[in-house]
Design a protein around this ligand. Structure first.
Ligand code: CMC
Length: 428
């Protein structure tokens, strides 16, 4: 028998249907609540609101579980690649070898930007943050594909996906080159996705960058671990924009903007800046931890805490291990890694963090890996955006395929009640 929740209001009882997910997550369907009762629900920051039903990613934040299309993140991290995972997330299945080849070829065929886009890069000042360039250029890229503007053109979805996934990497590398006053390096079709990105970032017109396989693998893993994370701020933004039937590129550009903030994707840059500051101050981390616990300091332990995980973020575990292994392989010793480990140990023993269930998240160690493979700090959040693209595309696809209404939350108004317009000369 279907479960029903009962709500008692003003002496009347209302029956609300209960929806159950495939992992037994339960939700009370309140979509008819206002019609039936005149009430809406209020949930500041959507902490307890399911905004959609989705088949892409499952998280159990209490147990520290993350699965893409049912497959545990640990297994994917060990056995798969970013492009295979992108296929899994977007199309719902691991590709066969023929499908993987076709998908990779499609990405290669679509890796070049329209040459006219090069002029757009010229307009940005050299100090422009690459996230600003990335969101603008993804939106600008949409102008070159007029068929995008027809939301009913389902037949072009695969090629649009390939363009976005492939070109986001080209745009990101060009943005970096521009910010350093360096000449643009075109992609090489014979290189794989992540190696190609490193080539475009670091090669020179007269000398190819030597791509270390372990560095390419570590970056590929970072992309893979970021590939989706259910209804986070940027993915919810992408769905919100998509629900108005805006095109895929416009929706993804909005996702980039939402990701930029330091409480979301921008945290990876903020973590490294925090570690650098602690190092420069000669602090072993204790002073910073004390400040992070003090609400008046305006400081937080960046890379710690998560809305959903009340346990160790499973991605952070993988990243921490990779970080240790990579630094040994590259023969790099980084004092920031020691500070990070010390901060983690101290925080996990501290009642402030323990009581609030604050653990390291994906951003805590990823910056140290990126630093070790020569990714500059201002590109960290861009790397997150490249990685998150499959998740945004898959969520966009779900919105377009499901008969969903435009996303339109309500509010509880707390402003002035009926007020008269005062002519300018009578105002005080
Ligand atoms: N340092 C110190 N205190 C913290 C931290 C932190 N990093 N995170 C949360 N708290 C405290 C917070 O002050 C509050 O305390 P109290 O109950 O006394 O008021 C309590 O813990 C709950 O915090 P919240 O802000 O209500 O939690 P939230 O779910 O709204 O925020 C978060 C989640 C990730 C924004 C937050 O933990 C945070 O700001 N962390 C640092 C930034 C960060 O690392 N962000 C990356 C998130 S993972 C990657 C991604 O999704 O982008």
């Amino acid at each position: 028998m279907d479960k029903i929740a009962e709500l008692s209001l003003e002496g009347k009882t209302f029956r609300l249907p209960v929806v159950e997910g495939s992992e037994q997550e339960r939700a009370i369907d309140i979509s008819a609540l206002r019609n039936d009762t005149g009430y809406i629900t209020l949930d500041d920051g959507y902490a307890n609101t399911g905004s959609c039903q989705s088949k892409v990613t499952f998280i159990d934040g209490e147990k520290g579980i993350l699965r893409y299309r049912g497959i545990p993140i640990e297994e994917l991290a060990e056995k798969s690649t970013f492009i295979e995972v992108a296929h899994l997330i977007i199309f719902g299945k691991l590709p066969t070898s023929a499908e993987l080849r076709r998908f990779s070829d499609l990405l290669t065929d679509n890796e070049l930007l329209n040459e006219a886009m090069k002029h757009h890069f010229e307009g940005f000042p050299t100090h422009a943050h690459p996230m600003a360039i990335l969101s603008s250029m993804i939106n600008a890229a949409s102008c070159f594909y007029p068929e995008l503007l027809d939301p009913d053109r389902k037949d072009t979805f695969v090629v649009q996906t390939a363009r976005l996934l492939s070109q986001v990497r080209t745009i990101a590398a060009f943005a970096y080159r521009k910010s350093r006053g360096l000449p643009i390096i075109y992609p090489k079709p014979e290189l794989k996705y992540t190696a190609n990105f490193l080539h475009m970032m670091h090669s020179l017109p007269y000398r190819d960058y030597e791509i270390k396989p372990e560095a390419a693998r570590a970056l590929d893993l970072i992309f893979l671990l970021h590939a989706d994370h259910e209804q986070n701020c940027s993915t919810a933004t992408v769905r919100m924009v998509a629900s108005s039937r805006a095109n895929l590129f416009a929706s993804a550009a909005a996702g980039v903007c939402a990701l930029w903030g330091p409480l979301h994707g921008g945290a990876n840059q903020a973590v490294l800046e925090m570690l650098e500051r602690i190092h420069a101050d000669g602090d072993d981390g204790s002073r910073f931890i004390a400040a992070a616990k003090d609400k008046n300091s305006g400081k937080r332990l960046m890379g710690f805490g998560h809305r959903v995980y009340k346990n160790y973020d499973p991605r952070a575990k993988i990243i921490k291990r990779t970080c240790d292994e990579l630094l040994v392989k590259l023969n790099v010793s980084d004092p920031l890694l020691d500070i990070a480990k010390h901060l983690e140990e101290a925080a996990l023993r501290d009642s402030y963090f323990v009581e609030r269930k604050l653990y390291p998240n994906v951003d805590f160690y990823s910056g140290i890996i990126m630093r070790a493979i020569g990714i500059p700090i201002e590109m960290f959040t861009v790397i997150f955006a490249i990685g998150r693209m499959p998740g945004w595309i898959a969520n966009y696809k779900e919105v377009m395929e499901a008969p969903t209404r435009i996303y339109r939350p309500r509010q509880v108004y707390t402003g002035p009640t009926l007020n008269a317009y005062v002519p300018l000369k009578e105002r005080k």
